[in-house]
Design a protein around this ligand. Structure first.
Ligand SMILES: [Zn+2]
Ligand SMILES: [Zn+2]
Length: 103
């Protein structure tokens, strides 16, 4: 990330254009060469995460009742009133079988 020498704002980089300050409109002279490689790397990493939203869930050690695989994604959900205990959900990382556990 590059910052504006005039106001300290973030410099916006679009394609091959000179970096421009989003706040005061300051234009950086020439291209930021280091920034170019960084710019390519970041969206790639984001794309990998977006491909599977499952990666946002933590993986726990639990036996899948379907395929006996020992790892599953885990999340909880509050059902009905807040008095009730939350329901635990598991999704097998291998066969994607989803099951829930009530307490
Ligand atoms: Zn600025
Ligand atoms: Zn499974």
């Amino acid at each position: 990330m590059e910052f504006c020498p005039k106001c300290g704002g973030m410099l916006m980089i679009e394609g091959d254009k000179a970096p421009t300050c989003a706040k005061c409109g300051y234009r950086h002279k020439g291209k930021l060469k280091l920034q170019a490689s960084e710019k390519i790397a970041v969206p790639e990493r984001i794309a990998v995460v977006d491909e599977s939203k499952l990666t946002t869930y933590p993986i726990v050690e639990i036996k899948c009742p379907d395929c006996k695989h020992k790892e599953a994604y885990f999340w909880t959900m509050q059902t009905r009133s807040s008095d009730e205990s939350e329901t635990k959900f598991y999704k097998c990382t291998k066969c994607e079988h989803t099951w829930r556990i009530y307490r």
